[in-house]
Design a binder for this molecule. Sequence first.
Ligand code: IKT
Length: 342
Amino acid sequence: MHEIKFAVLGTGGIGRRTLEYATAKDGLTPVAACDRHGVAVDHGGLDVNELLAATEGNIASDGGVTAVKQSGETSGVAASSQAEPTETPIADIIAESDGIDAVLIALPNLEHDFIPRVADRFAEAEYDGVLVDVLKRSRVIDMLDDRIDSFNDAGITFVCGAGATPGLLTGAAALAAQSFVDIESVEIWWGVGLKSGYEDNRGTVREDIAHLDGYDTETARSMSDAEIEQVIDEHDGRLEFTDMEHADDVLLERAGICDAEDVTVGGILDARSDEKPTTTTVRVTGTTFDGERGTNTFQLDDNTSMEANVNGPALGYLQAGVRRNRNGEYGVFGPAELMPGF
Ligand code: IKT
């Protein structure tokens, strides 16, 4: 496969880690990155180390990046020697998108239509490449499906929900389902230990809090960092989630694996330890072709980090999307559709 040039929108935890991880393997070249007030483009390849050093320590808890330190000193992407300050970062990336094979949208998810609206801007500009996101909520998938015609017209291959859950674990469920003629249930149960990674991942903790009883996306969005920390304190650092609205359900249904209502997602986040509080496990129960009932189980090693399990798959699905795009396949694809599908 030819080299892939990609851009990252947003340099919160996910944006920065994908830039870093891309340098660990051949064939993926980051050529553009932006946050709210800065844009860096080099079609020959960004100096990722310099860019990461410039953005380190400036993460806002909504996943964005503050642009101006309180002292007035420039920070975020604009602080990089490769960057320019801008008030129109996404438009600037679109203007440079010729020759960019894929764009990872690593922007906050709490406004559900935000990522679809960003995609609209690429489609309107007739960008013909891959868009990838790591969105979580089931309801966003319909919003993307509503845009299939405009993605087809532009030549966009949109890969949605390409993080861990949905993402890696959805793909694992699709693979595990191949042994069965009929699926009874898919149970996704994740464990994340986020002590030293807390600062980098405050955006995802905020999104998770929106799933707790008594909270929703609106309340979670308007909470201050101190209020978020108060919720964590009230739970002694350990937040447990059940029946999360995660798009694994609609993405597995969309791929013809099972009914959305047969999929459950939950997990435990420990904000005071780096150890996983529980082993991340996917259990797919079904009936085999011989009429036996069985459960295929997929587990992530406790030593793998959330960052590895979100950002590795995001880059892997990005590459799968580029293969489709180069083959003339456009529209919306979920992680399960990029797996075997008997
Ligand atoms: C996500 O970012 O995909 C969702 C987060 C859970 C990640 C699971 C990682 C599992 C592991 O590393 O073992 C969370 C719901 N924000």
